[in-house]
Design a protein around this ligand. Structure first.
Ligand code: ADP
Length: 405
């Protein structure tokens, strides 16, 4: 028997909140992720900024009850050693308390930034050997160019930063660096202090790109070893400082260069971006296999350009067009047994904000053409956080806590 999301949902629906409702029917359960003997749950006790958060003590007790209910159900399914994380988040999705339960049924809040009300918890995860101070390095790859890999990488970085994590982004797409444009770096010069590259601090993200070190209008005809050397210098000579996440925008494809780059740094995992068409899926499968062959866990698949939202009609209704066959990449992820991180629509503001170097506008309904794009990008970020956390637990880097506080 295996533990499924439905089992966890059933278990949570037996818990009573202070309001008398259960967390499932009240809509407090935002997300459930489960994989073998690891699970994580996101709970929001407030729907808007105006509603006060329950006291930390209440959250802590509630978390312990939820943990016990889930664990009891897990045992019925034959899972006796469940490693469980319960995140309480505020209305904007920021983690306000993270509870980790171990197989013995002990639950403890982690001792990190969440001690400060409203501050998020950094990922307690991965080995990012070779880049001191960086906790998790996540590569964003794609089977081929033009599917929106850089767009997704940038928006994941911004999404993580909006959750309060310290985030860096490295433009590893050495043949066609997009970050100067997408982050609006054109007018800013690269600063080097004592031989160390200083990342650009833009939109609350630290960024570095080959595009600011070479003349971008000249073709870069680099073979594997040269590309590897340049990439290494970029990653190692940058003064990143402390980072929770470093997102790497890899070159597209599965050739020599992306393969060498993906291999050259200790990755916490990879995200594969794909458009829904069959031909794009075939390429994406190759990208997934490339990461697998390198022993890199694929944290999930993003379906970009999933569908198009038309203008509102006279009644204010919008129609969605499945231009490329919406759901294709999602099905591919299912077939490969990979997490699906979300579907991002074809969206004119997204393209305009990318060209203008103003990606934070994608997260504001007023400048993103409505609620849909910000919601899709935020949900994609949440899914990545959940999968990165699960992956790190799998690797044993998030050690369950053994004492009850
Ligand atoms: P890649 O890195 O895969 O080559 P990019 O991220 O550079 O692709 O995207 C290619 C172009 O498509 C860019 O102009 C970008 O703004 C646009 N684009 C990407 N995703 C979307 C989307 N969902 N909606 C609208 N335009 C998009």
């Amino acid at each position: 028997m295996t533990l499924t999301k439905d089992h966890i949902r059933d278990a949570l629906s037996t818990v009573m909140l202070p309001t008398g409702e259960d967390p499932v029917s009240s809509g407090a359960v935002l997300n459930i992720a489960v994989c073998d003997e690891h699970a994580s749950v996101r709970i929001s006790m407030t729907k808007d900024a105006a509603t006060p958060q329950p006291p930390r003590e209440t959250l802590s007790k509630l978390g312990a009850v939820m943990d016990a209910a889930i664990r009891a159900n897990a045992k019925e399914q034959g899972v006796h050693d469940l490693a469980l994380i319960i995140d309480f988040v505020d209305h904007s999705g920021q983690v306000i308390m993270k509870l980790k339960g171990d197989p013995a049924g002990s639950v403890k809040p982690t001792q990190t930034k969440e001690q400060i009300p409203g501050a998020p918890t950094p990922p307690q995860n991965s080995a990012a050997n070779g880049v001191p101070g960086v906790k998790s390095i996540i590569a964003v790859g794609a089977g081929k160019g033009g599917v929106g890999k850089s767009t997704i990488a940038v928006n994941l970085a911004i999404g993580l930063a909006r959750k309060g994590y310290s985030v860096g982004i490295l433009d590893g797409d050495i043949y066609g660096p997009s970050l100067p444009t997408m982050l609006g770096l054109q007018a800013i010069d690269q600063v080097v202090i004592d031989g160390a590259l200083q990342p650009f601090l833009v939109h609350d993200v630290k960024a570095i790109t080959m595009g600011k070190l070479v003349e971008t209008d000249k073709p870069l005809i680099w073979r594997g070893p040269m590309a590897h050397g340049a990439f290494h210098q970029l990653i190692e000579r940058t003064q990143w400082g402390e980072l929770d996440y470093l997102i790497i925008d890899l070159p597209p494809g599965t050739g020599d260069v992306p393969l060498t780059l993906a291999q050259s740094v200790q990755l916490a995992g990879a995200v594969v971006v794909c458009t829904p068409q069959q031909v794009a899926q075939d390429d994406a499968v190759r990208a997934v296999n490339m990461f697998k062959s390198l022993g890199v866990e694929v944290l999930g698949v993003v379906e970009n350009m999933s569908y198009f939202i038309g203008d509102p009609d006279d009644k204010g209704q919008t129609k969605e067009y499945d231009i490329f066959g919406r759901g294709g990449a999602q099905q591919m992820a299912q077939k490969l047994g990979l997490p699906f991180l979300g579907a991002i629509p074809i969206n004119m503001p997204l393209r305009k904000n990318s060209d203008a170097g103003t990606p934070t506008k994608n997260f504001d309904p007023a400048t993103a053409g409505g609620e849909q794009l910000p919601a899709a990008l935020t949900s994609m970020t949440d899914q990545l956080i959940a999968q990165a956390t699960l992956a790190s637990m799998h690797r044993g880097q998030t050690k369950p806590t053994l004492t009850i506080s």
